[in-house]
Design a protein around this ligand. Structure first.
Ligand code: ATP
Ligand code: MG
Length: 419
């Protein structure tokens, strides 16, 4: 992609109405645009990040047998009446202009919708187990928040749902999903702590959250400094867990208190929704039983914001490779002589032909200082510079965003080592 054609531009100054670091850097870099409080557009650079995260999650969901589908955002009232979730505070109610009956909510989760669909297709133990997931926008009327992408009122979620003949089978799959989540977060470059959390009335036991330690996290968790067992503050009281207490699991370590961002949450639901929608199957003995369910969420914008909170320095974002919108930022620095322009094009074509993702700063009336400033702010993993100096040496200059030192090398050598 030629930066001269990218329709967004970087901003020197922090947006006035943002207090969170992820939102400041992402807006300044031209990744996102804030339309309203908690409502963001993803611009070309930011959408590429979301696509990268989507693909990683999709691969890991497919690897555990998840089948991708897509459900409506408009959810009729009867669905939430059936589960008793119509009157939750975070839901948006939708009324038609003409017909003012409160008929719909904007979907904030999809257990009800999928359970009804599944009831049309599942009747026997032979139809189970299976799991289905989607990437879809969820709507939650969150209290005004200051966390940028970490808490939107509209946000993309990957939501997976699984259906089983027994709690035992659900448990086995639940562990599989937990394994897939660990892989996802690892591939995205963030370390997520597997944390026991409250179940509430919807689940058969505690749920598990994937928590990334960060001072800006809205959650408080207690983590054992020996075995890593972790518990959310919301259930710590009932387990008599507090800061400095001896670990309830390994009986060796002590709990330390941490602030953390919940990037994922998995729920062993049991039969609440299958009972509400009469989703039953005939077991091997010919008897009818309710299907046992689980649900599993990851917020993509929150994950993107978390990555920025973890990976940045005073100059800008430092994208981990898997999440970066492009792998390489190619800059042509100095007066745009025909010779320099030609050299830039040659390198750009060479990299593109090698299948590498490149953002090519070919802008002619932008100073070298501005280009370097932009490259640091946007934060692609590898920076390549073509200039009079590198031309004289018949080489290109390579610098990793996360490192200070640069070095000169041949284009072919670079392509070989990078591939
Ligand atoms: P929180 O406690 O942070 O409000 P939640 O527990 O209500 O979130 P879940 O229903 O567990 O959220 O949603 C599954 C996942 O969706 C979360 O783990 C998180 O990654 C993401 N998510 C939830 N709410 C938001 C939001 N308002 N903005 C962005 N992502 C969100
Ligand atoms: Mg949660």
């Amino acid at each position: 992609m030629r930066q001269s054609e990218l329709f967004t531009k970087t901003q020197k100054k922090d947006p006035r109405d943002e207090t969170s670091l992820n939102a400041k850097l992402l807006e300044r870099g031209g990744f996102v645009y804030k339309n309203s409080a908690g409502i963001y557009s993803f611009l070309p650079l930011g959408w590429r990040v979301i696509q990268k995260l989507t693909q990683i999650i999709r691969e890991e969901m497919n690897a555990i047998g998840g089948q991708e589908l897509f459900m409506p955002a408009l959810v009729e009232k009867r669905y939430l009446d059936a589960s008793g979730r119509w009157d939750v505070e975070i839901s948006f109610e939708v009324k038609g202009k003409k017909d003012r009956q409160p008929g719909f909510t904007l979907g904030w989760t999809h257990e009800e919708v999928l359970t009804e669909i599944v009831s049309k297709y599942v009747s026997s133990y032979e139809d189970l187990p299976f799991a289905a997931y989607q990437f879809q926008t969820k709507f939650r009327n969150e209290a005004r928040s200051k966390s940028g992408l970490l808490r939107g009122r509209e946000f993309i979620m990957k939501d997976l749902y699984s259906f089983h003949v027994s709690e035992g089978d659900l448990r086995r799959y639940y562990e599989k999903v937990a394994g897939a989540y660990h892989k996802i977060f690892q591939r995205c470059g963030v370390e997520a702590v597997y944390t026991e959390a409250a179940g509430g009335s919807f689940t058969i036991s505690n749920t598990h959250e994937f928590q990334v330690l960060s001072p800006v996290g809205e959650d408080t968790i207690f983590v054992c400094d020996d075995c890593g067992y972790a518990v959310n503050q919301d259930i710590s009281g009932s387990l008599k867990i507090k800061k400095g207490a001896v670990c309830a699991k390994c009986k060796k370590g002590k709990f330390r208190e941490e602030k953390a961002i919940e990037v994922g949450n998995i729920f062993p639901l049991g039969t609440k929704y299958s009972k509400a929608f009469n989703l039953q199957f005939v077991n091997k003995d010919g008897k009818k039983e309710p299907v046992v369910m689980g649900s599993y969420g990851i917020g993509l914008g929150r994950l993107m914001g978390t990555i920025v909170e973890v990976y940045h320095d005073e100059k800008g974002i430092v994208w981990p490779e898997a999440a970066a919108p492009f792998k390489i930022h190619l800059l042509v620095l100095g007066e745009a002589t025909p010779q320099l322009k030609k050299a830039g094009e040659t390198v750009y074509n060479g990299l593109t032909a090698a299948g590498l993702e490149v953002l090519y700063d070919d802008r002619e009336r932008v100073s070298p200082g501005q280009k370097l400033f932009d490259a640091d702010l946007i934060g692609l993993p590898l920076r390549l510079v073509v200039s009079e100096k590198t031309l004289a040496a018949d080489k290109i200059e390579l610098k990793r965003r996360a490192e200070k030192e640069s070095r000169l090398l041949k284009l072919e050598e670079f392509i070989k080592t990078i591939k």
